[in-house]
Design a protein around this ligand. Structure first.
Ligand SMILES: [Zn+2]
Length: 444
């Protein structure tokens, strides 16, 4: 009898030790993404790795991290795990109430998380006059990280009429505001200029220089008075960004559909080339030939706005833009680099677009669908393809904010008589533990 008792004692003691060990270890990480193929261009990783998150930051990336060390483990084997996607040409501001630009207003969180996008740069719909309204009504209320290219036009670029106003292009006022909101305003934008003057471009460069940020150039309508050769050779500074590279609208392409020499020279000088296909800035005749010639993009962005949806234009969200380049022959790793580490470097935000320990825990989990797909350019011409990028899971600041197939969830028939939200605020941004929740959480 005495012997049996001591066996029970030992068993209880052992059990208590195990429980306490698990209890301790389980607090090492909040969320563990296990078994995925990590693609992280900054850290030169393209391999099966586990990614652990703690307190909204990347805590570890390693070959094998024990699930017992994490509060929540998600099996992402067979999927790609990348830094949260960074879309540096995006539109999500409608201008001040009453402005005719309201069509441009897209609710950012609806157009980002389902695509794996965790950071966007609003590309010039606001200027120094209406930025405060944009910040208060959209930026501060969105879960998506919204950075801003401030339009050189004080009233912003909500409609093309106000973008022609040379009297509202104040480099000093623009730079002053940019310096005041350094954490948000990462660049200056020119857009849709139709006149023969260099004024908007010179002022944008001046503002960007004063504020020590980049200039993203939409070269507007091509005019013989301001040839693209001059822009490439002497206007854009090293580190500035030329967007709409494959539109074929502004002299980028010669008669043989090849990139002009000035583009190669500008690239050598350190000018970045961005895609920004949107509804009217992408031509397969240009893109396919440029890629064949080796003129690949530095960053792939979407130029997405709400307008394209309402008038039934082509569906160029960021995953669609990525898929085009995959089907034109770019490797998946290169494509992913073009929506993560490269754009982060272009906007001088090296804290983003990577999975380094200590970086914000913004993560996308993706897969590549195989089948028969089609992609349509600005004039309505199609490129057939066999691959399409899809998003399974998005993590923003360490919390799951999109989960296409419920891979973070338990099966309903194993949960008994559940009647409340099942999430847990430690890792869950969709059904966080709240009033009436069964999620125990850690009291965060
Ligand atoms: Zn745009």
């Amino acid at each position: 009898m005495k012997k049996i008792f001591s066996c029970i004692q030992l068993f209880v003691l052992f059990g208590a030790l195990v429980v306490s060990a698990i209890g301790q270890n389980r607090n090492d990480y909040d969320l563990l993404l296990k078994g995925g193929h990590v693609v992280d261009g900054k850290n030169n990783i393209s391999a099966i790795r586990d990614v652990a998150i703690k307190d909204g930051k990347i805590a570890a990336v390693a070959e094998n991290i024990a699930p017992s060390r994490a509060y929540k483990t998600v099996d992402v084997s067979g999927l790609y795990v990348t830094p949260g996607l960074v879309d540096i040409h995006f539109h999500c501001y409608g201008g001040l109430p009453g402005e005719e630009s309201s069509m441009f207003s897209a609710v950012p969180d609806l157009l980002t998380f389902k695509l794996g996008v965790t950071t966007v740069a609003e590309a010039g719909t606001s200027g120094w006059r209406n930025f405060p309204d944009f910040k208060q009504r959209v930026i501060d209320r969105s879960k998506t990280r919204i950075l801003v290219f401030l339009n050189i036009v004080g009233n912003g670029g909500g409609n093309s009429k106000q973008e022609q106003n040379l009297d509202d292009m104040d480099a000093k006022a623009t730079a002053d505001l940019a310096l005041r909101y350094k954490d948000i305003i990462i660049g200056i934008k020119t857009r849709d200029y139709t006149g023969p003057e260099w004024t908007p471009f010179d002022r944008a460069r001046e503002a960007a220089t004063l504020a020590n940020i980049v200039w993203m150039c939409d070269f507007g309508v091509l005019r013989p008075e301001r040839p693209i050769k001059v822009l490439m050779e002497s206007k854009l500074r090293p580190g500035d960004i030329y967007t709409h590279t494959y539109a074929g609208l502004r002299g980028e392409m010669d008669d043989a559909n090849q990139p002009i020499q000035a583009l190669w020279e500008a690239r050598k000088r350190g000018v970045w080339f961005d895609v920004g296909p949107g509804g009217g800035s992408f031509l397969f005749r240009s893109a396919v030939n440029f890629l064949k010639a080796g003129f690949v993009p530095d960053s792939i962005s979407s130029d997405r706005d709400a307008g394209g949806w309402s008038v039934g234009q082509i569906n160029t969200d960021l995953l669609n833009a990525m898929s085009r380049f995959l089907n034109m022959g770019m490797s998946l790793d290169s494509v992913i680099n073009c929506v993560t580490w490269n754009p982060a470097r272009e906007i001088k935000r090296p804290d983003l677009g990577n999975l380094s320990v200590g970086s914000p825990a913004d993560v996308a989990v993706l897969h590549v669908e195989k089948g028969n797909f089609g992609f349509v350019d600005m004039y309505g011409a199609r490129l057939k393809g066999t691959q399409r990028v899809a998003c399974d899971l998005t993590v923003r600041d360490g919390k799951v904010v999109f989960d296409l197939n419920g891979i973070t969830r338990e099966d309903w028939d194993k949960l008994g008589n559940y009647r409340t939200r099942l999430g847990d605020r430690v890792w869950d941004g969709i059904y966080p533990a709240g009033r009436g929740s069964t999620g125990t959480g850690k009291g965060k």
